[in-house]
Design a protein. Structure first.
Length: 158
């Protein structure tokens, strides 16, 4: 019976040793896909009227985007995109065509913390960010090289 316990202990200890950090790179947008449809102009106007007429939001100073419809539209006229493997995701302006989005190359990589959540953020031109979210720790490998040449950016995440 002791022999089985020793074997189980060895088995479980090797499991904890095999867990290692994953190396992540910014996704290639040429293989990314749009997950949901862009809102219609009718939907945008409807939600603008509903959101911006809420007096509770006005009293809470949460209506900065309501000053002009164009500001609200720029903020809400977005669709979710994700990497080919579904690991990274983010909202992309519907003002850009799919071909324009797919042609963009990474311009940087950063790590941000939001509560217990860590976010590995890949930045692209046109104010696009695709994010990997995890409760594990992430760190950009060789951040100095990454800043000078975004094509070399890699991160290690637990």
């Amino acid at each position: 019976m002791n022999h089985r316990r020793v074997l189980l202990a060895v088995f479980f200890s090797t499991l904890s040793l095999t867990a290692s950090a994953a190396t992540l790179v910014c996704p290639d947008l040429s293989a990314a896909t749009q997950v949901n449809a862009c809102p219609t102009e009718e939907e945008l106007k409807f939600t603008y009227n509903g959101f911006c007429s809420d007096t509770a939001k006005a009293y809470a100073n949460q209506t900065d985007s309501c000053i002009r419809y164009e500001d609200y539209r720029a903020m809400k006229n977005v669709a979710m995109w994700e990497s080919k493997d579904g690991v990274f995701s983010g909202y992309v302006s519907c003002a850009l065509s799919a071909a324009q989005v797919k042609a963009l190359k990474p311009s940087g990589m950063t790590v941000a913390t939001q509560g217990k959540l860590n976010k590995l953020v890949c930045a692209y031109p046109e104010d696009i960010n695709l994010t990997y979210r995890t409760k594990g720790a992430c760190a950009v490998d060789n951040a100095k090289a990454c800043a000078s040449d975004p094509a070399t950016c890699k991160a290690s995440c637990e």
